[in-house]
Each structure stands twice: as C-alpha cells, then as structure tokens.
Unconditional design. Sequence first.
Length: 183
Amino acid sequence: MQVTAGQQGDAGRTPDIAVTAARAGDIAAARLKERIYATLTLTAVVVALVETERPEHLESALTVAVTALGVWLATLVADEQSHRALTGRSTSPQELRTAVYVSSPLLLTAAGPLVLIGISALGALELGTALLISAGVEVGTLFLWGWRSGLRMGNGRLNALFSGFLDTLIGVGVVAVKLLAGH
C-alpha cells in the first residue's frame, strides 16, 4: 500500500515518502512476520486438535485449511482498511499484489500440517502423532528463526542459541495463551 513521494494525504498527515503496510525494503521482514504469526496460530490450532477426544482426518484438515484462509483474509481486510485510513484512498492493483505477496506465508504455513494429516489419512501414522509432529516442527521452526536472527545480529553463536530458545519459549507461551483463550 504505497503512496509515492510528492503525494499528500489529508491535511495534517505526514507527506508520504512510502507509507505502506510493508515498505518495499521491509517486504521480506513483513513476510517473515506473517509467517511467524501464522505459525503461532496454526500451532495452537493443531495442539487443540490433538486435545480433541477423537479427531478425524477430514475435520482436522478442514480446521487447518479454514483457519489459514480465515487469518489470511482477515489480514488482507485489515491491510486494506488501514491503508484507506492512512491514505484516504483504496489500494491500487500493484498495492494489492504486494499485500497478497506479503500475506501469502499465512497460507503456506498450513502446508506442513495438511501434508502430515494426509500422510496419516493414508495410514502411515496415527492422526494424533501427525498433529504432534506438525506442532513440534512448527515450534522447531520458531527456534530456527530465532537462532538465525541471533546469528545475523552478530552476537555470536551462544547468544544466537539463547535467542532461539527465547523465541521458542515466547512462541510456546503465545500458543498456551491462545489455547487458554479458546484460540
């Protein structure tokens, strides 16, 4: 959602150099943010499915898919509304493409759980096991993102390890809160 230099929003608003939900230079960071958010959300959903008395394959797959789709659509709506509030206009087709690109990791996060549910439906493993593996992979992913971020910050491997564990702990805490709140 970009307003180029020289355009002026409503009176009293800052002239926009590049007012966006994700400025061009921040698109990768915005995509990662969306992926992390989706990881936390879907991990909570998968863990809730594990806690279901008798989860079924189709119900589990639909729950994961609909959750990812719902969060993605909500993100697009929020992005459009915030854009209109800041700029006083709707998004252009290019801005909409950018918003879809930035938010697409919300959909991609469902791929892992859906593949594992599918493998389980073929009889290769129990559904509960597939869901637990899925949750474990997602939590492991949080650790890797934290660890990688720590390395990129240049604070050494020990601090990167600490960063990974801290991100994992925060992620597990967020999942716990989502589960307690009924996700």
